[in-house]
Ligand binder design. Structure first.
Ligand code: ATP
Ligand code: MG
Length: 444
């Protein structure tokens, strides 16, 4: 008999949400709950805030760090004195991101990660008081970013998670975690394609599950990984398309300004900052901000530049993010919805059809389809070789994303569920696997 570890813990550090699950003995995987203001939650927003506190000299000299919903709260209370960071997993594998300065203090990626995890642990309370030495951490198949450096990302994870006290850190592919969550409900042998659509990445994994006799006379599930693929395109990229279509033009994108006798287009780069939430705060403090202010005097449509300045000055990035998420979620269940962004004196309101949105995200849908086909190719299977398809992750609610699978596999094979919990729970279950080394790897 193989011994069952007392406690296993799986952590799904997501671009948008982080989820922690634990198993005790041979019991089920249970989610760690966090006591937020509106009731307990298990999906802990992957957000950080650094709030400057004034010293006796009237200058900010101390930072109060918060994470999750508490970071959002701190930021909403004092947007001008709070540095708010979300989607930071997106630059885990970016060699171009070396550090960010917050109130003159340097933060490396691992500093952001460990600050975030330590706050998460504190909010987890008694459930996370004493942690086992080993943790199973999820990792995307392909990290987000143009030229992802996987070794760099894992080294940064390693440093961050070690500061939580773990000394045996294993990495398992996020969709494989989801596969183990889904496999609990399998009654018969099956080849399963798992597709996980998050905020930053879309990940695919094909796993064969078979029931085989176990040592104690019953049966157990044997699993074999057949193929995987992934692409750094998911919910955040959909958000950016919405901003680019509905918001940026109202903030001056595509309009002109006067330079001597010429009419020149407003630089596009002011608007690409909206693709990366961390860059908005940096733009606000950059030299570009001076140029943007000057543009208000030379712009052909100065009222649009005035809006851009207000959004940046007053740090309305999060309100914008909320408006965009609300539209996207509404369009998952309705054919048409109203986009409404109101912050300070800026008001943008527009009716949007689901088909409009689907047109805007067509390049992302294409990239996702290519990655799905890549997983199939690598497995050597055609669509007929896949018995079940499990769709999970928050962005799997998008109908056009589901459509990709309906077209290939038909409705009968498709299941969905555990959108926000499947990965963490599966990771905790992997921690109990007798052949853990097969399903997870170590770094260093
Ligand atoms: N109803 C919905 N319709 C469309 N998108 C949704 C819906 N609900 C959540 N989302 C999107 O799902 C994403 C978050 O999903 P999830 O929590 O699975 O991601 P994550 O695990 O944090 O990210 P990743 O796995 O990429 O690191 C966000 O982009 C969010 O806007
Ligand atoms: Mg995820």
């Amino acid at each position: 008999m193989t011994s069952v570890p007392q406690t296993t813990i799986g952590i799904d550090f997501g671009t948008t949400n982080t989820v922690v699950s634990m198993t005790h003995g041979d019991g089920p995987a249970t989610l760690v709950r966090f006591p937020a203001a509106g009731g307990d939650i298990f999906a802990f927003r992957s957000a950080l805030s650094f709030h400057a506190v004034m010293g006796v000299n009237g200058r900010p000299n101390e930072l109060v760090t918060e994470a999750g919903p508490w970071a959002i709260e701190a930021y909403v209370e004092d947007p001008l004195e709070t540095r708010f960071i979300q989607s930071f997993k997106t630059f885990a594998a970016s060699a171009a991101f070396t550090e960010t300065k917050i109130l003159n203090k340097r933060y490396l990626f691992e500093d952001l990660l460990s600050d975030f995890l330590l706050k998460l642990k504190a909010h987890g309370g008694a459930a996370m008081d004493t942690l086992p030495p080993r943790v199973i951490v999820g990792r995307p198949v392909t990290f987000a970013g143009g030229n992802p450096d996987e070794a760099l990302a894992l080294a940064r994870y390693e440093a961050g998670f070690r500061r939580l006290g773990f000394n045996d850190i294993r990495y398992a592919y996020e969709p494989v975690g989801a596969a183990f969550f889904f496999a609990r409900q399998l009654k018969q042998d099956a080849t399963v394609l798992v597709a996980d659509f998050g905020g930053g990445t879309s990940d695919f994994s094909i796993v064969r599950f078979e029931r085989v006799p176990s040592e104690n006379g019953g049966d157990k599930l044997r699993s074999t990984a057949l193929a995987r693929s992934g692409v750094g395109v998911a919910g955040d990229a959909f958000d950016y398309r919405i901003i680019d279509q509905l918001v940026s033009p109202e903030l001056g994108k595509g309009s002109l300004y006067k330079a001597f006798d010429n009419r020149l287009p407003i630089p596009q780069r002011y608007y690409t900052a909206f693709a990366r939430w961390d860059q908005l705060a940096l733009l606000r403090a950059s030299k570009d901000m001076r140029d943007i202010r000057a543009l208000e005097r030379t712009a052909m449509e100065p009222e649009k530049i005035a809006r851009l300045i207000e959004v940046l000055d007053d740090n309305h990035g999060y309100a914008l993010y909320r408006a965009v998420s609300a539209l996207k979620e509404a369009l998952s269940s309705r054919d048409e919805a109203t986009f409404r962004f109101e912050a300070g004196s800026v008001l943008i309101e527009k009716a949007v059809r689901r088909t409009d949105f689907e047109g805007w995200i067509a390049p992302e849908l294409k990239a996702i389809e290519t990655a799905v086909d890549q997983a199939l190719e690598r497995s050597g299977l055609g669509p007929d070789g896949v018995d079940r398809v499990f769709l999970t992750g928050g962005s799997s609610f998008v109908p056009a994303v589901r459509e990709i699978f309906l077209r290939r596999f038909g409705a009968a094979k498709i299941e969905s569920g555990g959108e926000f919990e499947s990965i963490a729970s599966g990771l905790a279950l992997i921690g109990r696997e007798s052949d853990l080394d097969l399903w997870s790897e170590k770094v260093g």
